[in-house]
Design a protein around this ligand. Structure first.
Ligand SMILES: Cc1ncc(COP(=O)(O)O)c(C=O)c1O
Length: 554
């Protein structure tokens, strides 16, 4: 994690003790934590760290900060607690105090001792010096004090820079802190805090919680009167529904349902909606989950040659009339080969033969289309042309799960009948939040899918020019390098790993033996140098293994 993220992580803890980072990387950061006051797990989502303070108190993820007792960094919550106690216990006034010394552990001082002069809201939130001055002067620490009008007050800024000192005390751990104040009358008073206010050991009273919500409602919502009940903060349990709405928007469909597994999405959806009077036609290279769904359904199942819409047309001409309903199942990008179907041709067939079209966008969402919204966007077709827009949350969306986007009636039907939904656990809020954060990033940053496609093309062209076998690949985000041997693929993968390159082998029975391969997945954050170096090392290692007598013996 970058230093900024570390600080942000600290800044977001507060009443929400951060336990674990769930998802991060280019697409956003999600932390799993615990709401200390309510003693229940929550997830804290940060979409763009650099925007963290831009709309403090207005954007919902920043409500986490706004709702905290003291809207400052988590590591200094102990010091803030001690500072309040000191002020209250000794009825200190600002003018009475000549010097404040704050003792914290090394981490506390490293993170929060470097802003005696702070620039902007974020630094003020992290500044022990500013918080001490603000508490002493205002006897409060609220969001309003982290606005320029307050933190730029020369009286506060001068006190913070000149009269507050931070010191390391290695006997202190976590949020523990000691605050000492030298007073004008020569006395020195001090308070030690072991557990910050709001922690399980030092909990808020019910009245304090109500007060906190009221204060927040007043500060963050223009026009809200304090005597009105403040609205409840965004509840994490709503995130799966938010995710469904966002996916429906991205796919331009009426509705969407999320499942806890991508594989189960296909199995349960196809398995429950089709039956013995129906026909399921799937690409011969379709993912196992589609095939398992078809088997489970009891429908007649026929694979058609890969991407061959003409062959499919022929099968339909011969068989359509024998079945009640027909499902055509294809993928937006084939996971083993990195190629895509001619979607418009399959749509024509769907209408021609009155069939349903199922498109698994596991590997095309985030890759194809100007904004990365998938194969529909790539071909510029209407959302209504696809009956089942399926996708997974485990690739571009950096989480786990799957979804079906489509008509409201379809989604409602699945919500009441699909065993993988009805009899399985609902999606956990942190996972939904991670996927939602990734989708929001994708929406906000169309350069990512563009860059990914450029890198894919670079890898593909370099590989082809170097004589490597890329099979059916069309050079998007998945690039297979076919070695034709499972043993060779595994050995090559290991050797590349030793060279710092993480690529998995795909071996028999996942593919035919002569189709054994390495499958490279690219991300928009790879660099051109990494790609060129990888091709160079790949060729070197492949040649080495082919010459290696040990390999020949196996
Ligand atoms: C095309 C396709 N569909 C469905 C799945 C299943 O998704 P998950 O791994 O998220 O369960 C995968 C997994 O790789 C896939 O490639």
């Amino acid at each position: 994690m970058t230093a900024l993220l570390q600080r942000l992580r600290a800044a977001l803890a507060g009443d929400y003790a951060i336990e674990r980072e769930l998802a991060s990387g280019g697409m956003g950061v999600v932390f799993l934590g615990r709401d200390i006051a309510l003693a229940r797990p929550v997830a804290v989502k940060i979409i763009r760290p650099d925007l963290a303070t831009a709309d403090l108190g207005k954007r919902w993820e920043l409500e986490q900060i706004a709702l905290r007792l003291w809207p400052s960094a988590s590591t200094i919550q102990g010091f803030v607690t001690a500072m309040f106690e000191l002020v209250e216990k000794h009825r200190l006034s600002f003018d009475q105090v000549k010097k404040v010394r704050v003792f914290m552990n090394q981490t506390g001082v490293d993170m929060h001792g470097m802003f005696p002069r702070y620039k902007g809201k974020f630094e003020a939130l992290l500044s022990t010096h500013y918080c001490a001055a603000a508490i002493l002067h205002d006897r409060a620490l609220t969001l309003a004090q982290f606005e320029p009008a307050r933190y730029n007050d020369p009286k506060l800024a001068g006190f913070a820079a000149g009269q507050v000192e931070t010191k390391v005390d290695s006997t202190l751990a976590g949020v523990q802190s000691i605050v000492e104040a030298d007073l004008a009358d020569g006395r020195t008073v001090s308070v030690r805090c072991d557990h910050s206010k709001g922690s399980p050991e030092n909990p808020l009273s019910r009245a304090e919680i109500v007060e906190k919500f009221r204060a927040y409602g007043k500060g963050a919502l223009p026009g809200t009167r304090t005597d009105e009940s403040p609205p409840l903060p965004k509840h994490p349990d709503w995130w799966p529904q938010d995710l469904e709405r966002k996916l429906a928007t991205v796919h331009k469909t009426e509705d969407c349902i999320v499942f806890v597994s991508g594989h189960a999405t296909n199995v349960t959806t196809i398995g429950c909606l089709f039956g013995s009077n129906d026909l399921i036609l799937h690409d011969v290279l379709a993912h196992n989950s589609i095939i398992q769904g078809a088997v489970l359904s009891g429908a007649k199942r026929l694979p058609f040659p890969h991407n061959d819409w003409a062959a499919l047309d022929k099968i339909l001409q011969e068989n359509r009339s024998k079945f009640q309903r027909v499902l055509i199942a294809i993928e937006g990008m084939y996971s083993m080969d990195g190629d895509i179907p001619e979607l418009d041709k399959f749509i024509e067939l769907k209408y021609k033969h009155k069939a349903f079209l199922f498109v698994d966008e596991a590997h095309s969402l985030g890759v194809l289309g100007t904004r990365g919204f998938g194969i529909k966007e790539h071909f510029g077709v209407s959302a209504d042309d696809i009956d089942f827009a399926m996708g997974t949350l485990s690739k571009t969306l950096s989480a786990c799960g799957g979804y079906i986007s489509g008509k409201h009636t379809l989604v409602e039907n699945l919500k009441y009948t699909a065993p993988g939904f009805v009899y399985s656990v609902g999606m956990s809020p942190p996972v939904a939040a991670a996927a939602l954060a990734a989708l929001e990033i994708l929406e906000a940053e169309p350069d990512r899918p563009k860059r990914l496609r450029e890198l894919g093309a670079l890898f593909y062209h370099n590989a082809v020019e170097s004589g490597l076998d890329t099979g059916l690949c069309q050079g998007y985000a998945i690039i297979p390098i076919i070695t034709g041997s499972s043993v060779l693929s595994v050995k090559l993968s290991n050797r590349l790993f030793d060279n710092g390159i993480n690529v998995q082998p795909i071996i028999y029975p996942a593919v035919e033996e002569r189709g054994a391969r390495l499958r490279f997945f690219l991300s928009s954050t790879h660099t051109e140098k990494q790609i060129k170096d990888t091709i160079g090392i790949l060729i070197e290692e492949l040649n080495h293994l082919k010459r290696n007598p040990v390999f020949k013996l196996i």
